[in-house]
Design a protein around this ligand. Structure first.
Ligand SMILES: NC(=O)c1ccc[n+]([C@@H]2O[C@H](COP(=O)([O-])OP(=O)(O)OC[C@H]3O[C@@H](n4cnc5c(N)ncnc54)[C@H](OP(=O)(O)O)[C@@H]3O)[C@@H](O)[C@H]2O)c1
Length: 309
């Protein structure tokens, strides 16, 4: 019998999870969202308006008989822990839903729990709460960067936020952050959805799960992009010292765009975006051996051939 999976948040990653889980006969999908009248035709899914309060989420878990709750919420930092604590409490009180994936979707959270800094203030302390909750099976699911940023905005559901990614597709500019030789890993959003579908079928989870479509550096990836498009990117430079200056200058201005960008840059040059290869490959063998994860080259070709990834 198909399991019912609740996805909290109908945003960018939520759309990939929705499409991949709802097209898989092992699952029925229930989407929790604050958006009124949200419905996407031709998908085997139900939509449940909610304010994400514990009571509201519990009532949806109970009504759908869900076995797992997956959060894709991206909210202001100060809301993250209380919102996820409510999700966790709802799972504890639910009779059927004893599995939970909080909204992490980052890189090497074990070696770099405090980077990006926003994650150090939200996801890392929430992981400590989860560690004290043995009644619930949970995992922190991580994939490095979304590879989707290598394709154009109209070819992916993942929103390109100006300045976050070092490559600008419109101006053909590549910002070399740090040296550009720092290790990275990338996975496309659809492969994240497909991997989550496999993990949901596995009887046991580890507390941290990694996947990766490709490992490399931005200097290497940009060479690949230049060869694929037959065109050079102009270079701008953002040395580590400038990134550190911005982090210091804006550290008390938590709402500032400059701080958000500098924290992302720090994430990129620190090695924290890079899923640990040995553990990722071990888990690929254990959970995801039936999947092929797209490389950057394959994703570019797919975008060119189909118009959307
Ligand atoms: N590794 C990477 O490269 C990378 C890149 C981007 C994001 N991420 C992470 O991936 C996760 C999902 O990101 P995304 O880009 O898919 O997010 P998103 O589309 O921007 O937002 C996801 C959902 O969050 C909910 N939300 C937004 N503001 C909220 C608030 N104030 N209170 C409660 N809910 C709120 C909304 O749900 P409804 O409107 O449906 O209620 C929204 O659809 C996040 O943890 C994010 O940090 C990782």
């Amino acid at each position: 019998m198909a399991q019912t999976i609740c996805i909290a948040g109908a945003g960018d990653l939520g759309q990939y999870l929705l499409e991949e889980l709802s097209s898989d006969e092992r699952y029925n999908v229930a989407v929790l969202t604050r958006q009124k009248d949200k419905a996407i035709p031709n998908l085997k899914a139900t939509f449940h308006p909610t304010d994400y309060s514990e009571e509201s989420v519990l009532s949806i878990l109970d009504a759908t008989g869900a076995t797992a709750l997956i959060s894709t919420i991206r909210c202001p930092d100060e809301k993250y822990i209380s919102l996820h604590q409510g999700f966790l409490n709802a799972c504890l009180r639910s009779t059927t839903c004893k599995r939970f994936i909080p909204s992490e979707w980052a890189g090497n959270v074990e070696l770099y729990p405090g980077i990006p800094r926003a994650y150090g203030n939200t996801r890392a302390p929430f992981r400590k709460i989860l560690e004290q909750t043995p009644e619930i099976q949970w995992t922190s699911f991580n994939h490095g960067w979304f590879m989707d940023y290598f394709v154009k905005q109209n070819q992916t559901y993942m929103t390109h936020h100006a300045g976050e990614f070092p490559i600008n597709h419109n101006s053909w500019e590549y910002c070399v952050r740090g040296t550009g030789d720092e290790p990275q890993s990338w996975t496309c959003g659809r492969d994240v959805g497909r991997a989550v579908a496999e993990l949901l079928a596995a009887p046991e989870w580890e507390q941290v799960t990694y996947i990766a479509g490709e490992w490399g550096t931005y200097n290497e990836a940009v060479k690949l992009m230049e060869s694929f498009h037959g065109r050079q990117y102009s270079r701008t430079y953002r040395p580590e010292s400038e990134i550190r200056e911005s982090l210091e200058k804006y550290k008390n201005d938590s709402e500032s765009w400059e701080l958000a960008i500098a924290e992302g840059e720090e994430w990129q040059i620190s090695g924290a975006t890079c899923c640990p290869e040995e553990k990722t490959l071990r888990q690929r063998h254990k959970y995801f051996s039936s999947l092929h994860f797209l490389s950057i080259q394959e994703l570019l070709k797919k975008a060119e051939a189909t118009g959307h990834v």
